[in-house]
Design a protein around this ligand. Sequence first.
Ligand code: URA
Length: 432
Amino acid sequence: MTDLIAAKRDGRELSTEQIQFMINNFTSGSIPDYQMASMCMAILFRGMNDREILDLTLAMERSGDILDLSGIKGVKADKHSTGGVGDKTTLVLCPMIAALGVKFAKMSGRGLGHTGGTIDKLESFPGFTTAISEEQFISNVNRIGIAIAGQTGNLVPADKKMYALRDVTGTVPSVPLIVSSIMSKKLAAGADVIVLDVKCGEGSFMKTKADAEKLASQLVRVGKLAGKKVTAVITDMDEPLGYAVGNALEVKEAIAALNGAECGELMNLCLTLGSYILIDAGMTDKEEEARSMLRRTVEDGSALKKLVELVEAQGGDPAAVYDTSRLPDAPVKMDVRSSSKGYVKHIAAENVGLVSMHLGGGRITKDSEIDLSVGVVLNKKVGDHVDEGEVLGTVHATNEEAAAKAADELRACYFLTERKGRKEKFVKAVVR
Ligand code: URA
């Protein structure tokens, strides 16, 4: 390992065998954390070529269990987001896709820090569990076309160990390391068609469009080399997605979207990601037609019905889809009023995520308990006009004191200007 670290430090290529040796022995514990941390830093500075990134991804994928989805008939789709604020896309997109007959077999994670996780959001349905066996997962996908499970204990253990190290050694923002981390998990989860939502902007890892494009094209290249159909869509994360941030609040917004409500860019994102899934699944070759097919699942209620089936199949209360008062509800709701007037220029997405986290809606450590009812609902988005004293958003909290503190924090997330500016394009690029 010392020789490999020195080779990468000096900008040399690592062979397939060297990469396998490194991942196998790090996973088993024979290579210590300090050597792997040093290697991650060498990779961050020196980079890796396509062949090395693919070898690293495959070695990581094979470091633990690999899901065998061959028992599922038809095309299997999967979706991944690089992590955002207010991102409830999976809750809307998966039922729409499944309603059209493409199978959605999804492994999801929990939230950490200022970003939310689909598993926590789904647990807002009383009784819902994502801890289902591989047999039940496969049987649910075959029966109703959709299942969402938590990552099993031994799926890509190399990534679990490496990610924890990268988190504390300043080596998260490295394209080869992010690509191998994401794609090893996607490959181990077994889907044929993969769409990736690469967030770009203040609330994400990739702050600039150039960096997001670099990441997106590497993700697509590695996925294709591994034999998958992959599309990466680069989307804006300079303000939260939609209006709600917080677990049950986001579920309510997702249900509203499936009922046809206007929810900012949320539906546009679902139609964009969904259209590439339908094209790669062979349902159509035209983007506009794919978008119409997806829209129809909302208009005819079939996507909402699919959500009901998903909730029921995984032990949740299906009546909560039609009556959202059955979902967790915070006791204190406090409106946050603007202290000036103007147009909303920017909403600090990461800080809005932190407001929700401070209210108890997010984890500070991996094992923190969270409150599913709390969070914020924005009333104003970028480009909107605000009068002095008008409501910017509403804080949902467990008590008055927490609500007052969060209200001040949320007000500070808003930046107003006198003149209405140009709104950034939401979908910045598509890489296929
Ligand atoms: N998401 C991941 O799963 N891994 C990374 O390295 C970054 C984002």
